[in-house]
Write a protein that binds this ligand. Structure first.
Ligand code: DGL
Length: 257
């Protein structure tokens, strides 16, 4: 099936998942919906997150997408169940990777950096209840991180300060494994490494999610038979910001909504 895969996020964060997706499925076409005008989703109510997720989904369905990848932990944990009940399309989402972190920690202490919307969702609470027995989980809202990444100005100093204040207490608490529970945060990995060297093992889920998309397309026999992948990117926010995060060869395929 040669239709594109639809991908959405509150902003440019989902492009970290898009990258893993197009590396794995390099013949598939994609359409990316970047909702930067409404970022961050993390401080919004469940109703607002669902409303924005419906808007993005309908845009992607109208463009003929065969599968919707919710490349946003906040939208997945707050809205994917409702989206699945509303549309016949297959949906794949992303959640903080608690299960692998629990398997990897040696100190028995796992840190989770995510948005308020994700940390307060019932889906996240269920995962914690189901998989973290015997483990101490230290959660931290990443207040201000998404805003700084979505800014057209250079916010590196502020980002370093925020990361230090969020992660230093985790290290003091003997956390050895850090789950990045927001698709914007992989952009911060070089900063986290510069601050803490290899004291924290960092876990993010873009590759497992891309593999899940492949598996789902195989199951429904919807992998493409074309070898001419095309990619389009649409933003509700700032076109120049979007272009900064899109590979140069594809920047002419970026559009303002
Ligand atoms: N990239 C997002 C996530 O994975 C959304 C962050 C936000 O908009 O607050 O949660």
């Amino acid at each position: 099936m040669n239709a594109p895969i639809g991908v959405f996020d509150s902003g440019v964060g989902g492009l970290t998942v898009w990258n893993a997706l197009v590396h794995l499925l390099d013949q598939e076409s994609t359409i990316y919906y970047c909702d930067s005008a409404y970022a961050p989703y993390g401080n919004r109510s469940k109703e607002e997150i669902l409303e924005r997720s419906i808007k993005a989904t309908e845009f992607l369905i109208d463009k003929g997408c065969k599968l919707i990848l919710v490349a946003c932990n906040t939208a997945t944990t707050n809205a994917i169940a409702e989206l699945r009940s509303m549309y016949p399309h297959p949906f794949v989402g992303i959640e903080p990777a608690i299960k692998p972190a629990v398997l990897m920690t040696k100190t028995g202490k796992v840190g989770v950096l995510a948005t308020k919307g994700t940390l307060y969702s019932s889906m996240f609470h269920k995962t914690v209840t189901d998989y973290t027995s015997g483990i101490e989980l230290i959660t931290q809202e990443g207040t201000g991180l998404v805003e700084a990444i979505e800014s057209v100005e250079d916010k590196s100093k502020e980002l370093l300060r925020l990361l230090d204040s969020y992660l230093q207490p985790m290290l003091k608490h003997n956390v050895d494994t850090l789950v990045l529970g927001c698709t914007h945060y992989p952009y911060l990995i070089p900063m986290i490494e510069s601050l803490f060297q290899s004291k924290l093992r960092i876990i993010e889920s873009s590759l497992p999610v891309a593999l899940q998309v492949k598996k789902r397309l195989e199951e429904i026999k919807a992998l493409t038979s074309s070898n001419k992948a095309s990619h389009q990117f649409y933003t509700t926010g700032d076109l120049e910001l979007l272009k900064r995060f899109v590979p140069q060869s594809l920047q002419e395929n970026c559009y303002l909504l």
